[in-house]
Write a protein that binds this ligand. Sequence first.
Ligand code: PMP
Length: 408
Amino acid sequence: MRNIECGMRHYGIMEAKQIKMQNARQRIEMNTIYLDHAATTPLDKDILDKMLPYLTGTFGNADSPHALGRKAMNAVDNARDCVAALINAKPNEVYFTSGGTEADNWAIIGGAYAAKERGRTKILISAIEHHAVLAAAEKLRADGFEIVQIPVNEGGRCELNTAEALLDDTVGLVAVMAANNETGALQPIKALADLAHKAGAVFFTDAVQAAPYMPIDVKALGVDMLSLSSHKFYGPKGCGALYIKSGVKIKGHVVGGEQERGLRGGTTNVAAVVGLAAAYQKAVETLSHSQEKLTALRNAFLDELSVLDGVSINGNNENDLPAVLNLRIEGVNNADFVYSMDLQGVCVAAGSACASASIKPSHVLTAMGFSDEQAKECVRISFGKYNTEAEVREGAKKAVEIINRLRK
Ligand code: PMP
C-alpha cells in the first residue's frame, strides 16, 4: 500500500482518509451547541482518566482472588464508600447497577414482590414518573398488583393531601421521583416519605435527575430506596446505583452470580463504577458553583426568547432545577422545532430521550393538564457545565428565527 506523509507519521491512504473524516466529525461536534443535558452529559475528561486504568492495566475481575482481582475489588469498595458517604448511607446500602433504568426496575419490582409477602399488593406511583418506573409498574399490574397513580397539579407536583387520600394499609410501595426529567420540578420527597411510612409502606425515589443538582441525604429525605445514574453527572453511560436502606426488604434482581451481596449478579463493571463515584463526587463538590452558572445560562436563554409572544415555562419555578427548561411555544410543533434546531447545529429535545421514539404527547405534560395538542407544542432545553453564555445566546437566537419561520 502506498504511504502518504501525514504530520510526523506515515499512514496508508485509507487510514489518512479515516483520520480526515474523524477530524471533520470532531469539528462538527465542536460546532454543535448541545442543550440536551437532561438526556445525557458528556464524559468529563478527568473522570475518563480515573477510569482508564481499570479498562487496561488493572482489568481484573473484581471477584477473582488474585492480585489483579483484589485491586479491582478494592476500587469497587472505594467507589461504594464514596457514593455512600455522599448520600449519607452505609456502604452496604449501596448497590451498583447498569444504570437508572435497572435501578428503577429493581426498586419497583423487587420492592413490590417483597411487599406482597407482607400482604400488601397496592403500589402508588406518581403520574409523572420516568418510563423505567411506569413500565415496571405496568408489568406488575399484569402480574396482579393494583397500580394507582398519584396525580400532579398544574405545576407538575404531587400534592400531599392527594397522596394521603390514596394511602391505606394495602399499599406496599410508594414511588415518587425527586425531580422530573422533563420539567425539572422538584417533589416534596421528605413529606411524601413520611406519609408512606405512616401507612406502613416503603418509599422509593428516582433521584436520577435531581442528584447532579442538589445534595442528597437519604436520612434527611427519609427514603427507603433511591436511584442514581452516572451519565447524568458527566460519568460513563451504563452505570447506576440503588440505595436500599438496611432492613428494607427487596427481592433479588439478577440471578447467576453472588455480586452485590447476592442480589444483583453479573461481573462488576469496575471502570464504570469508579467513574460513577468520581463523577458524583465532582458534581457534589461543584454544586453551588454549577447551580449559579446554570441559572445564568437559563436566564440568558429566556432573555433572548423574550422578543417572542406565546412562549411560557412549564412546571419550573425559582426553586426547581435551573438546568431544565420546559417551554410551550404556541403554534409550533415540537418535532418540527427539534428537527429545525438540529439542522442549525443545536441539540434540544421534545421531551424525554427514552420516549423520543414515540410520537405520543408527553405523559408528564398531559398529567399537568395540557391537551395532547398543547403538549405537542412543548420542548425541553437543558443546560450543562461546558455551555458558555455566548453559545446559549446563539442557540436561543436560532430558536427565535426558527419559531418565527415555523409560525408563518
Ligand atoms: N430516571 C430518570 C428520571 C431519568 O431521567 C432517566 C434517564 N433518562 C432514567 C431514570 C434512566 O436512567 P439510565 O439512562 O441510566 O437508564
